[in-house]
Design a protein. Sequence first.
Lengths: 305, 390
Amino acid sequence: MTLFIEQCLNGLQFGLLLFMLAAGLTLVFGIMDLVNLAHGSLYMLGAYFAATFAAFTGSFILGAVLALAATLLVGMAVEVIALRRLYGRDHLDHVLGTFGLILFFDEAVRLIWGPEGLSLPLPSWLNASIQVLPGVQYSAYRFSIIVVTLFVAAGLYILVMRTRVGMLIRAGASNREMVGALGVNIKLLYTLVFGLGAALAGLAGLMQAPILTVQIGMGENILILAFVITVIGGIGSVRGALVAALLVGFIDTLGRSYLPDILRELLSPAAASTLAPALSSMLIYLLMAIVLIFKPEGLFAAGRK
Amino acid sequence: MRKTILAAGAAILLAAQPALAQQKSIKIGFVSTFSGPTASIGNDMRNSFELALDHMGRKMGGLPVEVIYEDDTQKPEVGKQKTQKLIESDKVDFIAGYIWSNVLLASLKPIVDSKTFLVIANAGPSQVAGELCSPTVFSTSWQNDQTPQAMGLYMNSKGVKSVYLIGPNYAAGKDMLAGVASTFKGKVVGQELTTWPTQLDFSAELAKAKAAKPDAIFVFYPGKAGVQFLAQYAQAGLKGTIPLYTAFTIDETTLPLQKDLALGVPGAQEWVNDLPNAENKKFVADYRKKYPGHRPSFYGAQSYDAANLIASAVNALKGNVSDKAKVEAELKKANFKSVRGNFKFGNNHMPIQNFYLQDVVKDGDEFALKTVATIVKDNQDSFHSKCPMK
């Protein structure tokens, strides 16, 4: 039972982390109608900035805060310099343009930080385990990821549903021209939304950095997962992204932990141990295929005209 | 008139042909990983190979040595492409390197088919030691199963009764886990293979290992994955509760990042930097002098030996490497001083060698590895009987 609780916590942590990434992606797509393949690059930049600033200041927290600000600025700069030219054009142009940005960022990182990658060591108080429930020991760092992402998710909900900016964002998602006609500075709104998405991606990257390695191309693998989540959740829906991210997080983690045992009952041990990792990494794509069959718009399709 | 000039030109070209065939240099292709998170391993191998060339005056058999380094980016398909390029367009005399068993297995066919001499400096898939052994393929490392087999023996001596095995899902990972299971006398209570090299989050696997309550966990994660594993092992609260035993998870390329987390975690290895022979002392001292701030790892030691093995054959043949049978015979003699001490080849061209227990110690502000004991002497891999070569 403690194992199951621990695996659920692992699933929750992974799901919430993916939500940080997918929320930015779905906001940008829903509001700006922009397919942003370079979202993974911002995730990578968040991790690189955090590793650099943490080494520079000697403090993990300070490094993380600076990295968040830096990713936000880079995101807004990218929007102003590059992406503005792509609005209103075909999605294929978006894909081409933002794919170019991936190549640009990968090469820029190689030039600045070198090809070997960095590591972001945790302070000792996070590098330990704590008791979250009686009898359940859990990694302090992973638990802090859960707490931080829950706060950010709540903040995002309040921002989108309860504030004036949020109202404009939702209005922009339903009818862009009308919002512009009502005298809202849509350009500024777009820059803000893109910056917000970039900061969320950067947050995901810097939180993931101590668990994984900070390396070139780290954003590409996880970007695919983020796209799967936006597709499952319904493009443009932040709520959908949350539900889908948690689904993907749970399915991936529980699949990895229980599928080998289930397969071992059915197949020879050698075949099972080879097949299980392959099959469990396929599960989320199966989920996406099933969702697409029954709900082609995604679970929570945003009300788009 | 024009015809005569053409004919004369052709004659000169033809005359030049045998001159070209005459060896002017010894060409060696070196395939390893020089980019991405495991580039530190490739760099250590290149540094050591270069140091070996420096030590021999960058000449073998009186001929200058030319080395072409190729980056396999840790991908089998890229490794194969680079290998084919070395054979077909660079026409190298020897190929050396290969960190990853899956990259080596993908690259093996073009090497064996073209009868190019290969000196493997790390990877040791069971197939190459067994049914896929070849007269032109040699290794200065080990067969994958050997090192974990030594670890299994050590775990027996420590009185470990049950173990949980975790490793990556590729050729070497499967060999490693099979190796430790073959010599460990206790019970293997569980085994996890993770997607390689993309999966670096081991939360689900560690939770399962913890729940199985084994006496010990055995793990094989080379390169940066080993850094991540040790960090997550500590984060999951396992450090200090379930002892960890390793193979190829802690070395000089990962230790600067693992630091305290590696203290008290034993590993098995065929070479440790403090082995007390003259060649090794020279290798380690000169490496640290040439590359300040770096220490050589076993990957480097094997590459240093690979260069010396090739040189021993080329020197014996005075630079004439055209007769494949003679080159094979000379390589097989292993007539060089290995940094690991005694070194000889078995029938399958895999080394027969000692395996040591290594431990992490604090050396001033730095961390270093040291030899604690010899686990097995003159160990030969268990696949040599499947190799048809005598």
